[in-house]
Design a protein around this ligand. Structure first.
Ligand code: ZN
Length: 152
């Protein structure tokens, strides 16, 4: 197997592959627009129950009526996995994937950044960040809330 030499005119092969795009539906369009606007919007049923990922119907009361709530972005690690293999571009490895329990009471899957995977623990407090991982496109990520960091 041959590899391109550094500096070789490899053109497009050196360009970073873009992250997969979400499948936009009538139900989740608000969520993805929120991410681009730097807001974490969670679907809220007319009965008050929050749900994520967004869907057409409340699993509890079966209502089709909903609006959205802007979440604080604060939460804690409910569960996590550190993916090492197989490496799938453009994701960075080890890929730290977390299930975050939001302060508002629903859960969301995302990436956790700015932390050594060995330091991650269930219950770790985290905060949503909107990171421009690609030019002109923001992605929802989480970072640990470190005590003292907000007191600068
Ligand atoms: Zn409901």
């Amino acid at each position: 197997m041959s590899r391109a030499e550094p500096g070789a005119p490899s053109g497009a092969t050196k360009r970073r592959r873009p992250r997969p795009r979400p499948a936009i539906t009538h139900d989740n369009d608000f969520f993805w627009k929120g991410v681009q606007a730097g807001k974490l919007l969670i679907q809220r049923c007319s009965c008050g129950r929050l749900r994520h990922p967004p869907g057409p119907m409340c699993p509890v009361c079966h209502s089709l009526e909903w609006d959205s709530l802007e979440a604080s972005g604060r939460g804690s690690v409910y569960s996590f996995v550190v993916a090492h293999h197989p490496p799938i571009p453009p994701f960075e490895y080890p890929n730290l994937i977390v299930l975050v329990e939001l302060a508002e009471g629903t859960r969301i899957v995302s990436n956790l950044r700015s932390v050594d995977p060995a330091e991650v623990a269930v219950g770790m407090p985290v905060q949503a960040e909107f990171v421009e991982l690609e030019e002109g496109r923001s992605f929802l990520q989480f970072e640990p809330i470190r005590s003292g960091r907000d007191e600068e």
